[in-house]
Design a protein around this ligand. Structure first.
Ligand code: HEM
Length: 444
């Protein structure tokens, strides 16, 4: 069977393909596709795209045939805008740089970043006052940027970069997908002015920090930028300044909105489930007490990790893209080279055949006895195979430290009468506005 035999998803409109159906309710459509088959064809206008919807076919793309794929069309368009870091690069270049950068995400390194994460979380908890109303989605967005920037740059040199990133990154993240999807002939249109200005400013500020850090004995520092500058492969070759800039930018793109979304949804679900919140609080009280949370505390907080695992199951990365670089057989269909393929971890994790009552928040799904029975290919919040997220441990450390710092001090509850947040389509199923009130623990 070939590409031509792959069943088309329902709701195609001549000329426009599935675009109208997708625009109406992208998350709903992605979630419904598994019922139509494990391998389907979607037409984006006239461009065919293969969607894999079962755990088995997703695994074939990401792991079994991982080397037969590259990132594909969207990434080609993103590359000139945001550079050629790990998430965008392919082939030998990706492999080389991934090997060089991987050690910066080993456990021992994360232990160092955890100190910064704990300081940032305390500063956040200190900044609130009793009865204050906060937009949790906004606050967590800023917190995730500040925390990642503080681990990327050394405190003495990096402050201007942190300020610039705080201002420019949200503008870039908000518009990146639209900018990448827009046709090339619109590149000089004024609608992109804010995006292009922010992207240029962020590049130039990061270049300045790289120059300042290089001039200041980076081998003696442990921030991520200094580690990137000091890294050498077996032949003694390191990264150029341009490559370092691209990697820093990529980490800022890949690691901020994602972590912020997880933290926001975690606070939302905990507010709705005081029983789970209470268990988590007891766990924190026992393991940490009222001192700052450390790296060594996190293994003693499995309840928080279960909350995070459940949040990312429910509200994870919406789509991942790939393109075949050689003929590949997928779910029994022979695909030629240059076929665009789409995966939705979000949809996979909401498939009722894999997760009973998939819309119910239930951290107990992640108790060891359940995890032991669940096939690994059902759980892909950070991807899998050669393109798996490099920052998964980093993100979970940051999120766990932030929750364990905030929760014993503050009880967050929705602003009375406010609308419950919905999922909006971004890189993740991001929450819409999430207004909450912070009450001191022990208070009303
Ligand atoms: C909750 C937080 C996060 C989620 C859900 C997440 C998810 C993902 C996923 C699904 C991928 C695979 C993309 C693909 O297969 O096309 C990925 C890749 C990546 N992530 Fe994350 N990520 C998170 C946090 C982070 C953080 C904190 C960093 C860095 C500090 C980071 C850096 C990266 C990089 C560099 C890649 C590309 C890896 C490669 O292709 O070699 N991510 N992430």
């Amino acid at each position: 069977m070939t590409l031509a035999d792959i069943p088309r998803a329902k709701g195609r409109v001549p000329g426009l393909g599935h675009v109208p159906r997708l625009l109406r309710d992208p998350l709903g459509v992605l979630r419904a596709l598994h019922a139509e088959g494990p391998v389907l064809r979607l037409d984006i206008g006239t461009m065919p795209m293969v969607v894999v919807t079962s755990a088995g076919t997703v695994n074939e793309v990401m792991v079994k045939h991982g080397k037969s794929f590259r990132k594909g069309r969207l990434f080609e368009r993103v590359r000139p805008l945001v550079g050629n870091g790990l998430a965008n690069s392919d082939g030998q270049e990706h492999l080389h740089n991934r090997r060089l950068i991987q050690p910066m995400f080993y456990k021992e390194r994360i232990a160092g970043y955890a100190e910064v994460m704990s300081e940032r979380a305390q500063a956040l908890a200190d900044s609130w006052s009793a009865g204050q109303r906060i937009d949790v989605d906004q606050v967590m967005g800023t917190h995730a940027i500040e925390t990642l920037a503080a681990t990327l740059f050394s405190a003495d040199i990096g402050r201007p970069a942190v300020e610039a990133v705080l201002e420019d990154l949200p503008v870039i993240l908000k518009n990146m997908l639209r900018r990448a999807l827009a046709p090339q002939f619109t590149d000089n249109w004024p609608i992109w002015h804010a995006f292009d200005t922010s992207a240029a400013r962020m590049r130039s500020v990061i270049d300045d920090v790289i120059a300042a850090t290089r001039a200041s004995a980076p081998q003696e520092r442990t921030d991520l930028l200094s580690l990137l500058l000091a890294a050498r492969d077996d032949a003694g070759v390191g990264l150029t300044d341009l490559e370092v800039r691209d990697e820093l930018t990529t980490m800022l793109f890949a690691g901020t909105e994602t972590t912020a979304s997880v933290l926001s949804w975690a606070l939302h679900h905990l507010a709705a489930r005081p029983d789970v919140e209470q268990e988590v609080l007891e766990e924190i009280e026992k393991a940490v007490g009222d001192r700052p949370v450390t790296f060594a505390d996190i293994p003693q907080l499995p309840g928080i990790t279960r909350v995070l695992d459940e949040v990312i199951r429910m509200h994870g990365v919406v789509i991942l893209m790939r393109r075949t670089i050689e003929p590949v057989t997928l779910g029994g269909y022979h695909l030629p080279a240059e076929t665009e393929v789409l995966i939705s971890p979000y949809a996979l994790h909401r498939n009722p055949d894999l997760y009973a009552e998939p819309d119910r928040f239930d951290p107990d799904r992640w108790l060891p006895e359940h995890v032991a029975r669940r096939p690994r290919e059902h759980v892909v919040p950070f991807g899998a195979g050669n393109r798996k997220c490099i920052g998964d441990r980093f993100a979970w450390m940051e999120a766990a430290i932030t929750l364990a710092t905030i929760l014993p001090r503050w009880k967050l509850r929705p602003v009375p009468g406010s609308k419950p947040p919905k999922e909006s389509t971004a890189a993740m199923a991001h929450p819409t506005r999430m207004p909450m009130v912070v009450h001191p623990r022990g208070g009303s």
